[in-house]
Design a protein around this ligand. Structure first.
Ligand SMILES: Cc1cc2nc3c(=O)[nH]c(=O)nc-3n(C[C@H](O)[C@H](O)[C@H](O)COP(=O)(O)OP(=O)(O)OC[C@H]3O[C@@H](n4cnc5c(N)ncnc54)[C@H](O)[C@@H]3O)c2cc1C
Ligand code: SF4
Length: 617
């Protein structure tokens, strides 16, 4: 059945009221698909499936969250405890959208096998509808052709069992659906999007324009970043027809939802969420149309413990705990999709033990938990005299920078001129933010005098500091993985994950290269480096997991002996079990992973729909 076959319900669940959520007692017994998790992966999967007529149950461990009601877009720092600064339970500040999450989640511990800091993994989670998409940075970069065939290029890691061309149409669809601004620059391994996919990019801010000018002089191309923020209203007449050809119901639902999204007004912190739906959050972009089909049930506070199996060797649903009561329940479906974020998906697989699968589900290769990856991160800050004493001006914009530098040394690296494999891109912060508590303390290092003189110095230095952050590719290795902790359990008695981590020299040398590059850019800007430049990258590389781009743990491949899923995220061992989050990534290009997660989830969902239609699933 397609969306066009049932009555149009576009206005049934206006976002301004709370969205329709079911209670456990209302669970149906005829779901086509259960989707575990409601973030980028779960949101995209549920969207694609329901818009094309499948009946879906979404189970989300966190609580409901309605961005429109809960987003403190206009609150100022002085209205918050401790003036909104970071605390251990609000790492990104008081107003950050994350609910019940952070490096630690109440009642849900994890462990590290090693006491050595550099061998530990940091795990960021959110427990709320929409997961981390409510506050992510929204940088949305396509992987390039090389990124799907890394082993073929340099002999390291794994190739994907697909090529860029296989995923490209899905990148197009996701960009059009969620709204991504950016430009086509024709740079190596940095794909252009077809006409009509991207929105116009905002202009660089003053500091960013200076980086662009000076970095280009030393050979580092700096171009518009791609970010999931609407710079204009979505074209609700053109896009729905392209995304759902021949499906009038889905087109009408999407057109109505697109009209409910406003364009960005460039004034508030995207990390708090966006009540006008101008940026991408699963809660404001994927779930409203999916709910409007009438085909989606959402059950929150439902902590999935394991996938349940039938005697026929097929998954028949999941077992979950109601986090409010601690009671265990079962939900049933034809297909199960795990989209709980890479490590949580691994945890569910490993906890789904049975006589038939004593080492966890879909683990006949022994690869579940293996090849966990994050992004390589290192940073440098500088002070730029040319940016001192600027007249007051509006430097607002989207959350985060408007420009970035894609990796530019492919050719040199391929010729063996660098002492590490794989590249990094450069993100930066060159913006005059509304000062928060602590900002003045930073400026005071430069300012002289007291009283009026001091205030003048503050005005002079405000906005003249700049920071660069490298975001680089990590090569999967045998020492970075997760497994079940043999002892520790969470509040509900579910075994937790234990992490093992090790950067290889490729990553630490890459971090050292980042430091040198950032120092050169600051120098080219006539500035002064404020942080120590290390030649030993091991001293500056961020801990594993710290960049919050964790992927892998159930990699896809062409061979069931050495991988967990095929190219559609379908597990080799259980045909009606799919993974649509970052767990199947066999490599982690320098490009931030979420756009690729969504493109893969759409592609996997199309595959499921076709297989259901053929009655194969
Ligand atoms: C501060 C920050 C900035 C970021 N910036 C960027 C960026 O600019 N670009 C980019 O590409 N990526 C960025 N990321 C990463 C991005 O957020 C993730 O890649 C993306 O959210 C992953 O989507 P997901 O659906 O796999 O996981 P999530 O978004 O984490 O969603 C998973 C959901 O599953 C639920 N869940 C987990 N376990 C269970 C269970 N057992 N039962 C039921 N539900 C469960 C969780 O509660 C959660 O809601 C950023 C992340 C953070 C934290
Ligand atoms: S800057 Fe734009 S997209 Fe971000 S929260 Fe504000 S209005 Fe929304």
């Amino acid at each position: 059945m397609r969306a066009s076959d049932y009555p149009l319900t576009a206005n049934r669940y206006p976002l301004s009221s709370s969205m329709p959520f079911i209670e456990t007692k209302s669970l149906q017994d005829d779901y086509d698909v259960i989707v575990v998790g409601s973030g980028a992966a779960g949101g995209q999967t549920a969207y694609t499936l329901t818009m094309e007529g499948a009946k879906v149950l979404m189970l989300e461990a966190g609580r409901n969250y309605v961005a429109e009601n809960e987003t403190p877009m206009f609150n100022t720092h002085d209205q918050a405890p401790l003036r909104g600064v970071s605390t251990s339970d609000k790492e990104f500040g008081f107003y950050d959208a994350t609910v019940d999450g952070g490096w630690q989640v109440p009642d849900e511990p994890y462990t590290n096998a090693s006491n050595e800091k550099e061998r530990q993994f940091w795990w960021w989670r959110a427990r709320m509808l929409g997961g981390r998409t409510n506050h992510w940075g929204r940088i949305s970069l396509r992987n390039g052709p090389y990124d799907f065939k890394p082993r073929s290029r340099d002999g390291l890691g794994f190739d994907w069992p697909m090529a860029y061309e296989d995923l490209a149409p899905y990148y197009d669809k996701v960009e059009m659906l969620i709204g991504v601004y950016g430009e086509n620059d024709g740079l190596e391994n940095t794909p252009n999007s077809p006409a009509g996919c991207l929105m116009p990019a905002p202009k660089p801010r003053v500091g960013e324009a200076l980086v662009q000018q000076r970095a280009t002089r030393i050979g580092v191309p700096t171009v518009a970043i791609h970010r999931a923020v609407l710079t204009e209203r979505l074209d609700h007449q053109r896009i729905p027809k392209l995304l759902h050809p021949g499906n009038a119901g889905a087109q009408a639902i999407l057109a109505a939802e697109m009209q409910r999204r406003a364009a960005c007004f460039w004034a508030t912190d995207c990390g708090r969420g966006c009540s006008i739906r101008a940026n991408y959050q699963s809660t404001t972009v994927h779930l409203p149309p999916a709910l409007s089909t009438g085909k989606l049930d959402v059950l929150t506070n439902a902590m999935v413990r394991e996938v349940s199996m039938g005697k026929d060797g097929r998954a028949n649903g999941v077992l979950f705990i109601d986090r409010r009561t601690g009671a265990e329940h079962q939900a049933k479906s034809r297909i199960v999709v795990l989209a709980a974020s890479a490590c949580e998906t691994v945890r569910i697989l490993l906890n789904s033990k049975s006589d038939r699968f004593p080492d966890g589900l879909a683990n006949s290769s022994g690869k579940v938990g293996k090849y966990l990856m994050d992004t390589v991160g290192a940073g440098v800050a500088g002070q730029i005299p040319l940016l001192e004493g600027l007249p007051p001006h509006n430097d607002d914009g989207a959350g985060g920078s408007h420009v970035y530098a894609p990796w530019w040394l492919y050719k040199e690296q391929h010729r063996g001129k660098l002492d590490f494999a794989r590249g990094y891109h450069i993100e930066m912060n060159a913006q005059r933010h509304m000062p928060s508590a602590g900002y003045v303390a930073g400026l005071a290092e430069h300012a002289q005098g007291h009283g009026r003189k001091f205030r003048e110095e503050m005005r002079r230095y405000f906005g003249s500091t700049i920071s660069f952050a490298g975001r680089g590719e990590m090569i999967p290795n045998e020492d970075s993985y997760c497994e079940l902790d043999p002892v520790k359990k969470d509040k509900w008695g579910i075994p937790v994950l234990r992490f093992h981590w090790k950067w290889s020299e490729h990553e630490t040398r890459q971090a050292a290269h980042m430091q040198q590059t950032f120092a050169q850019i600051i120098d080219a800007m006539g500035g002064k480096v404020l942080t120590k430049i290390e030649t030993d990258g091991a001293k500056v590389i961020r801990p594993g997991g710290f960049i919050i781009h964790e992927v892998g743990g159930a990699i896809m491949g062409a061979d069931p002996k050495s991988s967990v899923t095929n190219q559609w995220g379908q597990t080799w061992d259980v045909k009606n079990l799919f993974l649509t989050d970052g767990a199947p990534f066999p490599s982690n290009a320098d490009k931030n992973p979420t756009l690729t997660i969504m493109a893969l989830a759409w592609r996997a969902s199309d595959y499921m729909l076709a297989a259901m239609k053929r009655k194969e699933l």
